[in-house]
Each structure stands twice: as structure tokens, then as C-alpha cells.
Design a binder for this molecule. Structure first.
Ligand code: ATP
Ligand code: MG
Length: 432
């Protein structure tokens, strides 16, 4: 059992509040705390104004928790974390043994003069606090206990320093406070091309009743990810509990799960092609090279990615890939956005590149250019492989804009190829 009830993550900095800087420390610390078995109950972001931290600490104190803050420990006048924590504790700031000499010598070396008091203040902590050394910078971190019993760990703001102070001392101190690292098990299951609501329907009862492991569901573009977080229970390890739920999820979602944890869909496709010694070529229209970019972003792609065309204009499709102009021009022609052209692009790319597989993508990314029978978001994906070619219509969700249509088409194309490689049922046609 954890000796602490929960953790809180606090980010300090005006630049976070006005949106200039994206908060990297909060997500880093939340991940680390989860691995320690401490669940984060809330995150706070405050500015650098005098009194902000003091007020928040007074509000949060009295709970059996660990508050981890980052930022506001530097030498500038707006760095008030040390002083306001001391104020909340009703104590003075005291020097950390050896810190003054170290800071003086650093200042002499890099600035060529004596360090001013505000610089030396970085080597102080509220009386009774435990100093945390900072091998990546000049501001020490510290751990202290507030009058109402809440524990507060203060780390520097620059992400590199925040992480260094955490790994070099903060983590061990947090582990000690919480009574040791808990044996937690965590796993992610990724799907794509199936709407979140469809996935939810298949696992709704598990979502409603999941206590341990805790089951979560998140959608990011086309990708829907399920997460499982298991705590040990009497007589059962966290891993055993997780494995049991994992097989239930795998059974319910079957071939829709393409990967786990840190895997990516393009990584899986590269891996499957490499395992077969096969190569891919791409002919992209509306995605403008994003599929080729996704594939070549995978280390080891050189073994499997052969050739990529951005055949955007009709003349490029004809000139480079032999797509017949009759398919694209004229009132009776199926048009550039059609099953016929998607297949012709894939077949042309496969033949030109002498590749085992080829994907052709043609669609209407918008926001303009749609019509009644081919609305914005219409995307045809053509696939040519060793045993023939086919195309599938995959209408994309348009509310995420042009980029959403393009990225959705790339995800669908990768999923279509994965299914073909693994001899799984093909992606169903999707039209709104
Ligand atoms: P410094 O010695 O640099 O003053 P500090 O502990 O006082 O360190 P801040 O002044 O709050 O930290 O921030 C220093 C730098 O780190 C700034 O560039 C700031 O934007 C960045 N930073 C602070 N907090 C975060 C955060 N949560 N995520 C990402 N960057 C951050
Ligand atoms: Mg600062």
C-alpha cells in the first residue's frame, strides 16, 4: 500500500499561462509518478506573481499527498518558489552545505565576478527541507513538509534540469515517502480506422466496471488507444491482473488491435514487410507525400521503402505512372478521385518501382473542391500487390480540416496494407 494518498503536479511560470511554452514537465512527472505507483489527482499551473504559490500551498496543505512543482527556482526576481514555500512553512531559508562556494566559483568562472545575493539564493532551502542537487544547472531543488502535513518537492523549470534533479535524487526521495515502488503493470492497445464509439460499444461493460486494472480509452485522430493500469492485490501480481484483462480486450477487438505500448502502425508495416523481404512504393495525390514520410520516419525503412511519387496534378499521374487521361478527363470519366485512378496509381507505382506492393491515394482534402457525389473527405485508397489490386473508399471525417483528412487517409492506407500483409479481412468501405 502507498503511504501517500495521491500526488499533485504543479507547474509555475507566466510563459505557461500565456501559452508561449508547452508544459513538458507536467507530462514527464505524471509518467514518472505513475511508474512509482502514485496516481496524480490533479495538475495546476500558476504564474509568477507574488503570493500565487503561497495561496495555492495554503489551499492544498492538510492532505496526505506529495505535491511536485517545477519552475520558479532560478535567480531572477520572479522566481519566488523557495521564498514562498519558506513563508508557508513559517521558517527561514538556510544555506545548503557547500552550495555557496560552488555557486561563487561557477559565477567567477562564467561571469568573471562575485556572485550577487540573488544568485547565491539558489543554494538555499527552507529550514528543515532536504536539498536535491542539480547537476544540470545552478538551482537546487528541495523536498519539504508543509505545516498541515502535505509534502512538497520543488524542481527547476528547464525540462532538462527538472528531469536531472528528479532522476538524481527526487525520485528516490518520492519513493521513500510513498513507502517504496509499487509493482504496477501498464499496457496500451492501439487500433485504427474503427470509430471510437464502435470500439467503446465492444468494451463498454469493461469500461464501466474497471477498477483494477483501470481501463481507459483515448482517441487521437484515427487512432483509438486503450490503456490498462493494474495495481497488485492480495495474492495476485499486477502483471497477472493485467494479463487477464489484456486477453479479454484482445478477444473482443481481435484483428483491430495492430500493436501495443510504444509500437506505431508504420513501424508494424515496416516490420511485416521486412519479415517477408518485400518492398513498397507509394503514389500519393491528396496526401502529398505524408505516407512516404510516415514510412521513412521508421528506422530501418530503407530495407522496405523503395519509391514514392507525389503525383498531384493529373498530368503527373499520367506522365509518371501511366494513369490513362481518359480515366480523369471528360464528362463520362470516373475522374481523378475514383477507384479506377486509385488502382491505376498503385499499379503504375508497383510496375515503375518494381516493388512487391504499392499504394495509390487520391481524394479531396478540402476545404473546397467537393461536389454532391464526391464530397470533401472522399478518399480512394488503391493497393496493388503480388496477388492483384483493389481499391477501397474511405470517407474521412472533415471537421479536423485538411490536415485531418490527409492524416486519416495515411492511417487508413497503412492499415489497409497491414491487413493485406497479414491476410486479415480488408478495411470495409466507409462512406457518410
Ligand atoms: P531558471 O534558472 O532558468 O530561472 P527556474 O527553475 O526558475 O529556472 P523558470 O524560470 O520557471 O525555471 O523556467 C526556466 C525555463 O524553463 C524557461 O525557458 C521556461 O519556459 C522553461 N520551463 C519552465 N517550466 C516549464 C515546463 N513546465 N515545461 C516546459 N518548459 C518549462
Ligand atoms: Mg527563472
Amino acid at each position: 500500500m502507498n503511504k501517500l494518498d495521491f500526488a499533485l503536479v504543479l507547474s509555475v511560470g507566466e510563459e505557461l499561462l500565456d501559452g508561449r511554452v508547452r508544459d513538458l514537465n507536467a507530462s514527464y512527472l505524471a509518467t514518472e509518478l505513475r511508474q512509482l505507483g502514485l496516481s496524480v489527482q490533479a495538475m495546476y499551473t500558476i504564474g509568477d506573481q507574488a503570493g500565487s504559490l503561497l495561496q495555492l500551498l495554503q489551499r492544498l496543505d492538510g492532505q496526505n499527498c506529495l505535491i511536485i512543482s517545477s519552475g520558479g527556482l532560478g535567480p531572477t526576481a520572479d522566481d519566488r518558489v523557495r521564498a514562498e514555500t519558506a513563508q508557508a512553512m513559517g521558517v527561514n531559508l538556510v544555506e545548503i552545505a557547500g552550495a555557496r562556494a560552488e555557486l561563487q566559483s561557477l559565477h567567477q568562472k562564467f561571469q568573471g565576478c562575485e556572485a550577487p545575493p540573488h544568485f547565491l539564493a539558489q543554494g538555499t532551502v527552507p529550514e528543515g527541507g532536504q536539498a536535491l542537487c542539480n547537476p544540470a544547472g545552478t538551482a537546487w531543488g528541495f523536498l519539504a513538509t508543509l505545516p498541515g502535513g502535505a509534502h512538497l518537492m520543488c524542481l527547476p523549470g528547464p525540462p532538462v534540469e527538472c528531469q536531472k534533479v528528479w532522476t538524481e535524487g527526487g525520485m528516490a526521495a518520492a519513493e521513500q515517502l510513498s513507502g517504496g515502488r509499487q509493482d504496477l503493470a501498464y499496457a496500451l492497445f492501439h487500433t485504427t480506422s474503427l470509430p471510437e464509439s464502435t470500439i467503446e460499444d465492444r468494451i463498454r461493460d469493461l469500461l464501466e466496471n474497471s477498477l483494477n486494472p483501470r481501463l481507459g480509452i483515448t482517441a487521437h485522430g484515427k487512432q483509438v488507444t486503450l490503456s490498462l493500469l493494474a495495481h497488485p492485490e492480495a495474492g495476485c501480481s499486477a502483471q497477472a491482473l493485467l494479463d487477464r484483462s489484456a486477453s479479454e480486450i484482445e478477444q473482443r477487438l481481435g484483428h483491430w488491435i495492430w500493436g501495443r505500448d510504444q509500437q506505431t502502425l508504420e513501424g508494424i508495416v515496416v516490420q511485416e514487410l521486412a519479415a517477408r523481404g518485400q518492398q513498397l512504393a507509394t503514389a500519393e495525390s491528396c496526401t502529398g507525400g505524408l505516407l512516404a514520410s510516415a514510412m521513412t520516419g521508421v528506422p530501418g525503412a530503407s530495407k522496405v521503402f523503395k519509391f514514392g511519387w507525389v503525383s498531384y496534378a493529373n498530368c503527373a499521374k499520367s506522365l509518371q505512372l501511366g494513369v490513362s487521361a481518359e480515366l480523369m478527363d471528360g464528362p463520362q470519366a470516373p475522374g481523378a478521385v475514383s477507384a479506377e485512378v486509385a488502382v491505376a496509381l498503385a499499379e503504375g507505382a508497383r510496375a515503375q518501382a518494381k516493388a512487391d506492393w504499392a499504394i495509390g491515394i487520391t481524394g479531396i482534402a478540402g476545404p473546397g473542391g467537393g461536389s454532391a457525389d464526391k464530397p470533401v473527405g472522399t478518399v480512394w485508397i488503391g493497393l496493388a500487390g503480388p496477388s492483384g489490386s483493389h481499391a477501397v473508399l474511405r470517407q474521412q471525417w472533415t471537421r479536423a480540416g485538411r490536415g485531418g483528412v490527409q492524416n486519416g487517409a495515411v492511417r487508413d492506407a497503412l492499415e489497409a496494407l497491414r491487413r493485406e500483409l497479414l491476410a486479415l479481412p480488408r478495411l470495409p468501405e466507409r462512406r457518410f
